[in-house]
Design a protein around this ligand. Sequence first.
Ligand SMILES: [Fe+2]
Ligand SMILES: [Fe+2]
Length: 270
Amino acid sequence: MKILFLGDVVGRAGRDAVISRLPRLREEWSLDFVVVNGENATAGIGISADHAKAILNAGADCLTLGDHAFDQKDMFSFIESEPRIIRPLNYAKTAPGRGARLFDARGGRKILVAQVLGQVFMKRPFDDPFSAVDAVLRNHPLGGMAQAILVDVHAEATSEKMGMGHWCDGRASVVVGTHTHVPTGDAQILLGGTAFQSDAGMCGDYNSVIGMDKLEPLRRFVTGMGKERFTPAEGDATLAGLYVETDDRSGKATKVRMIRVGGKLQESLP
Ligand SMILES: [Fe+2]
Ligand SMILES: [Fe+2]
């Protein structure tokens, strides 16, 4: 299976880049399944129903969220009516939506997508992500019902994300980190056959501070005094993420490539 994962879409620049480029990439790279993390798509915080629909219509098969899952209030109800959106497994017990789901991929194949939130350096303590993922993977052995399994680990600490990669090694096809908005250079296939990257990076304007217009973050760093809200940077965005090919029988990864298209970052293609 040819799978593309795109990291956190940030603001209008990120949305426009995904919506304008994804249809062609789907075609050109013969993608079987596309997952996009949409947690910052609307003004940098959360994602509205309209923006979720626009990214799904552009060719995403699944949207994952994150700690900002419900910052746009219409997501509380929209997620119940749109099964292609996944929120973290270990979010509040009362959160609407679900944290894992089996999807149809091209050619009658199935792919399981799950998302978890990390605990290290996160603003709010979430339930243990390792046991949350473990329960899902035990219920869905790779190569059984699902030809492929993708886990989005939404966390601040690279150490925790790497730990999650090894925890899932051999049990998931792909474990990819999100949340920190800068792609890490460590894409690899782990010993058990799981494709892994600590962070996919963001789909957004990299002439920024993690996707936000530089002025206000710098003011806060330099003076310690905030003046305005953060707003997403509006320049040309880079699509950043991970491309993975998997073996349909074993579910293991056979090829992994870091993806960077457009904007400021050096290009990297499958
Ligand atoms: Fe994010
Ligand atoms: Fe996040």
